[in-house]
Design a protein around this ligand. Structure first.
Ligand code: NCD
Length: 311
C-alpha cells in the first residue's frame, strides 16, 4: 500500500490488516515513527473539518510525528497557488506524507498518482472518505466481532456522501450486506446496492448509519424542513424502538440534531457516534503507520494479531 485514497480499489486483505493494526492501537500499543530523527507529515485541508483534522493530528502526534499544519485561507492559495504546487512545496520542505481534504471529487486520487510520497485521502468532494470508513468498520467490529454477514442500512443524502460511498465499497468487500435508503433525488443510481424502505428495513438491520445532509454540495433546493425530514427519512424515537435489540446507531458527524436523528437519540445507549470519533484516532494511526513504517524500530508492547474480521 503506497497511498490510502479509496475503499473501492483497496483489497480486502489490506483493509483487514489495517483493522488489526487499529485494534492494536485501540488496545494500547504504542509506536514511535520518529525514534531516530524528526519526521514530518502535513495536513492539507481545503474544506472545513473538526473531527477528521483533529483526530489526524492526535494520531500523528501519538506516533511521534511533527505535524505541519496548513490553513488554505491563510496560505499562498490566496495568491493562486495550485493544490499540486502546494503539495510539492510540502514534499520539498520535508513532509514524508500528505493528508489531503479537497472539495473536488477525485482530486486527492490524482495528486496521489502525480506525487511520489504517500497521500491519504481525508475526504474528496462527494467522492470517498476512506479513513472514516475504516473507523466505522472498526466500530462495527468492536460491537459484533465480525463484519461478514452484518446488515448495514445507510440512510440519507447518499448521492452527495463520500462516507456512504467508501463504506458501501468496504463493507461489500468484507462480506456485509449493504442497504440504502434515501429521498428519490438523493439516490445515487451508480451505486450497485439495493434501495429499501426505511420503515421496513429498520427492524432487520444491525447497524443504522445516518448521514448529514450535504447542503454545501447541493445544486438547488437548500430549503429542507427539519421536522418533515426527520419524520420522513430520519431516525425518530418511534423508529429506534423498532430496531433489533443489539442494533447500533452510527453517524459520521457533524450531526444536525433533530434533522437526521432525534436529539434524544444522539447519546442513547445504542448510539456509537462518540465511540466512532474515539476510534478515528486509532484508525488514522494504523493508516499512517502502514504507510510510514518502513524499517523504523518498534516501541511499546507486542501485539498478537487477530484475524476474524471477514469471518
Ligand atoms: C464527514 C465528512 O466530512 O465527509 N464528516 C467527517 O469527516 N466526520 C461527514 C459530513 O461532513 O457530513
Amino acid at each position: 500500500m503506497n497511498n490510502f485514497v479509496s475503499m473501492k480499489t483497496i483489497k480486502a486483505n489490506e483493509i483487514i490488516k489495517l483493522l488489526e493494526q487499529t485494534d492494536a492501537f485501540a488496545n494500547g500499543q504504542s509506536f514511535d515513527l520518529s525514534s531516530r530523527k524528526k519526521r514530518f507529515i502535513a495536513n492539507l485541508f481545503y474544506e472545513p473539518s473538526t473531527r477528521t483534522k483533529m483526530s489526524f493530528e492526535v494520531a500523528e502526534k501519538k506516533l511521534g510525528l511533527e505535524v505541519l499544519d496548513f490553513h488554505a485561507e491563510r496560505s499562498s492559495v490566496l495568491k493562486g497557488e495550485s493544490v499540486y504546487d502546494t503539495a510539492k512545496t510540502f514534499a520539498s520542505i520535508g513532509a514524508e506524507a500528505l493528508v489531503i481534504r479537497h472539495p473536488i471529487n477525485n482530486q486527492v486520487q490524482q495528486l496521489a498518482e502525480a506525487l511520489d510520497l504517500p497521500v491519504i485521502n481525508a475526504g474528496d468532494g462527494a467522492g470517498e472518505h476512506p479513513t472514516q470508513s475504516l473507523l466505522d468498520l472498526y466500530t462495527m467490529y468492536q460491537e459484533f466481532g465480525a463484519i461478514k454477514g452484518l446488515n448495514v442500512l445507510i440512510v440519507g443524502d447518499i448521492l452527495h456522501s463520500r462516507v456512504a460511498r467508501s463504506n458501501a465499497y468496504a463493507l461489500k468487500a468484507l462480506g456485509a450486506n449493504v442497504y440504502l435508503a434515501a429521498k428519490p433525488e438523493w439516490k445515487d443510481q451508480s451505486l450497485d446496492f439495493p434501495y429499501v424502505d426505511l420503515d421496513q428495513a429498520i427492524e432487520q438491520c444491525d447497524v443504522v448509519m445516518l448521514l448529514r445532509i450535504q447542503l454545501e454540495r447541493h445544486q438547488q433546493s437548500k430549503d429542507i424542513k427539519a421536522s418533515a425530514y426527520l419524520t420522513q427519512y430520519g431516525l425518530t424515537v418511534k423508529r429506534e424502538q423498532r430496531m433489533k435489540k443489539e442494533a447500533i446507531i452510527m453517524h459520521p458527524a457533524p450531526i444536525n440534531r433533530g434533522v437526521e436523528i432525534d436529539d434524544k437519540l444522539v447519546e442513547c445507549q445504542r448510539s456509537r457516534i462518540f465511540k466512532q470519533m474515539e476510534n478515528g484516532v486509532y484508525a488514522r494511526m494504523a493508516v499512517i503507520h502502514q504507510l510510514l513504517n518502513k524499517g523504523e524500530s518498534r516501541h511499546g508492547n507486542d501485539y498478537q494479531t487477530m484475524f476474524a474480521y471477514a469471518h
